[in-house]
Write a protein that binds this ligand. Structure first.
Ligand code: NAI
Ligand code: MG
Length: 370
């Protein structure tokens, strides 16, 4: 085994997952050959395909491999074939188990606009051209998990639905640290978002983030914003932000909102990070934001860029290979700028390419650049 070996577990999944992942593997192969990166990839099943073979969307064995890997790359899971399965074995359960057992508490969702695609945004081109923001969403706490929860019937017969927003100081601090570290690697600007004006959990959130800002991260320019204002600012002047850190619920909404500034689901990567071990290494899962796209699966129409950009995040955040990540991002930008487009980002005067042709173009561009 090479000393620089990096173990990557590849879970291509269902629908377009395997199609886009094939292109990612070609690109990882390129880096391995040209940059001696020491990638050791292994493929396993997740989602509907795993259910078909093993009767479960994620076997214990695959889970163990995910825990042992340096990084996990996932395509997508699900599809109409499995829609009527029992909840406990639905494809999505495989993904949920991965996130839970790997304890992935920080979800990184970049909203990045390629220059050549700025015109496809629903906002004015000048508002989004060059947009590059990163939303860090807390993923394992907050109102989706807090107790008490449930639906109860009151003595007067009325029913009441309950969910509880809960955050502890350590939950706030660990996700804030991820965001501060990211800000340091980017433009040193962090905006923390809550509703401290009406929620006690928000008051605690603001205090804890500010404390870190005053002690460990004095060099980072920290600001605070209420979540409703943040939603307005994202569509009014999105380029004012660099890194945003927020809770699970607000992060769910704000990251989807920011994502759509960029135009296409086929272009959106994500990363989910867990706790760092003694050597500073974090459990990490990288996946495109899109699903298995059953409407275009098997037709060579899928855009592989969301998955490729997820792999680029893996290079950057799991392997500290910023230079290689920049190279891959640049190759993707250039290919799109040259007018190579899959159907989802097609525009007049551009050339329609298939999933594998997009992969060909990325590899050619990598050859040219480096
Ligand atoms: P989807 O993201 O799969 O598709 C939504 C629309 O975007 C479709 O028209 C699709 O063709 C298009 N699209 C998505 N990715 C694309 C790409 N890379 N290139 C070109 N076009 C692309 O969401 P949908 O239709 O709601 O869900 C389909 C299945 O995927 C369901 O079974 C759902 O549960 C699952 N899903 C899985 C996710 C995951 O694995 N993380 C996330 C979201 C949905
Ligand atoms: Mg959402």
């Amino acid at each position: 085994m090479a000393t620089n070996s990096k173990k990557i577990l590849i879970l291509a999944g269902d629908g377009i997952g395997p199609e886009v992942m094939t292109q990612v593997k070609r690109v990882l192969g390129w880096f391995d050959r040209r940059r001696n990166t020491g990638f050791e990839t292994e493929d396993e099943l997740v989602g509907g395909c795993a259910y078909d073979k093993h009767g479960t969307p994620l076997t214990d064995q695959t889970m163990e491999k995910a825990l042992a890997a340096d990084a996990v790359l996932l395509g997508a899971v699900g599809g109409p074939k499995w829609d009527n399965l029992d909840f406990s074995v639905k494809p999505e359960r495989g993904l949920l188990r991965l996130r839970k057992d790997m304890a992935l508490f920080a979800n990184l969702r970049p909203a990045l606009v390629f220059d050549a695609l700025a015109e496809a945004s629903s906002l004015k081109t000048e508002l989004v051209k060059g947009l590059d923001i990163m939303i860090v969403r807390e993923l394992t706490g907050g109102v989706y998990f807090g107790s008490p929860r449930g639906i109860e019937t009151l003595p007067n017969g009325e029913r009441r639905g309950i969910n509880t927003q809960v955050y502890t100081t350590s939950e706030i601090q660990r996700v804030a640290r991820v965001a501060f570290e990211l800000a340091r690697k980017r433009s040193n600007k962090l905006c923390s978002v809550e509703k401290a004006n009406v929620m006690e959990s928000g008051v605690l959130w603001r205090e804890e983030v500010q404390k870190l800002g005053d002690t460990e991260y004095k060099d980072v320019q920290l600001s605070h914003m209420y979540a409703d204002n943040c939603a307005m600012q994202l569509v009014r002047q999105p380029k004012q932000f660099d890194v945003i850190v927020t809770d699970n619920l607000f992060g769910d909404l704000l990251s989807d909102c920011a994502a759509m500034l960029t135009g296409s689901l086929g272009m959106l990567p994500s990363a989910s990070l867990g706790a760092a071990d003694a050597g500073g290494k974090r459990k990490a899962l990288y996946e495109p934001v899109h699903g298995s796209a059953p409407d275009i699966a098997g037709q060579g129409k899928a855009n592989p860029l969301a998955c490729l950009l997820s792999a680029s995040m893996m290079l950057r955040y799991s392997f500290d290979m910023g230079e290689e990540a920049d190279l891959l991002d640049k190759a993707a930008n250039n290919v799109v700028a040259r007018g190579c487009r899959t159907g989802d980002i097609m525009a007049p005067g551009c050339t329609l390419v298939s999933t594998s042709q997009m992969g060909d173009e990325i590899l050619k561009e990598l050859d040219r650049l480096g």
